[in-house]
Write a protein that binds this ligand. Structure first.
Ligand code: NAG
Ligand code: NAG
Length: 264
């Protein structure tokens, strides 16, 4: 989806539609939060420090992100406590993953079940810059129109250069599955494991590079940035993995990891 996504954004920009941040793959028309006010978010990077995805901590050892952010356990590092990716702030904690658990039913064609757990090799130290995010209970739904916050960093360009980038955030309303799945929008490709959010007039959205990041409603992460069509398009809201559909899977996966360790 990467190239078409970028091209649509560039086209929108050429057409002077509000998409000025999208070509750089930033949260579209959001703002820079007070540094270190969003403490549960992490940046997932390649070993040469290219930001590829967002994610969030659910405890000291485990991160949740999107399954499509899976670049391989030996190619990935996780940075918590960050704000500007290009400036060393002294608050960052860098961790290597020990294990990646993409959802076994993840389908890269349909984007269904786009969620992955990352077990860290060493625990993150929780402090005023780094915290854990709360998850909704299994099958809890979130009402249409509810305002939720999505946050993320810009994408590093494919050439390998790093763009100076600080965290961005934006508030968006939840769009009903009926509307999002209707013929006027995604026309039948939205599953019950997905959640849509965005303004019906467009203009604000998550964009490429925000993938894996958290959509927070009422203090809990209900969505993981998953996919979309263009950025901030009025017809197409952003599509998120519905975390509440995976609460049981998350708990069971973590529990079975530790019970397996005890037996060995
Ligand atoms: C993904 O979903 C498509 C459409 O339902 C299906 O045809 C395909 O077999 C699935 N792929 C995998 C790997 O399950
Ligand atoms: C979306 O629409 C398709 C086609 O009508 C349908 O099969 C699917 O179940 C719908 N998704 C949801 C979550 O209702």
């Amino acid at each position: 989806m990467d190239l078409p996504f970028l091209l649509v954004c560039i086209l929108l920009e050429v057409l002077a539609v509000k998409c000025q941040n999208a070509a750089q793959g930033r949260i579209v028309n959001g703002y820079e939060p007070i540094p270190h006010s969003i403490t549960y978010i992490v940046s997932i990077q390649t070993m040469d420090r290219q930001h590829i995805c967002g994610g969030f901590l659910i405890n000291k050892y485990w991160v949740v992100t999107a399954a499509h952010c899976n670049i391989g356990v030996n190619k990935m590092m996780i940075v918590a406590g960050d704000h500007s990716l290009s400036i060393y702030e002294g608050t960052e904690q860098e961790m290597l993953p020990q294990l990646l658990v993409p959802h076994p039913a993840y389908n890269s064609t349909t984007n269904n079940n786009d969620i992955m757990l990352i077990k860290l090799r060493a625990p993150i130290y929780l402090n005023s810059y780094v915290s854990i995010a709360l998850l909704p209970r299994q099958d809890t739904s979130v009402q249409e129109g509810k305002m939720c916050r999505v946050s993320g960093w810009g994408y590093t360009n494919p050439e390998g250069g790093t763009v100076p980038s600080t965290l961005r955030t934006v508030k968006l309303p939840i769009v009903s599955t009926e509307k999002c799945n209707s013929s006027a929008s995604f026309n039948g490709i939205i599953t019950e494991n997905m959640l849509c959010a965005g303004y019906s007039i467009g203009g604000k959205d998550a964009c490429q590079g925000d993938s894996g990041g958290p959509l927070v409603c009422d203090g809990r992460v209900y969505g993981v940035v998953s996919w979309g069509k263009g950025c901030a398009d009025a017809q197409f809201p952003g599509v998120y993995t519905a975390v509440s559909k995976f609460r049981r899977w998350i708990d069971n996966t973590i529990f079975s990891y530790y019970s397996r360790c005890k037996k060995n």
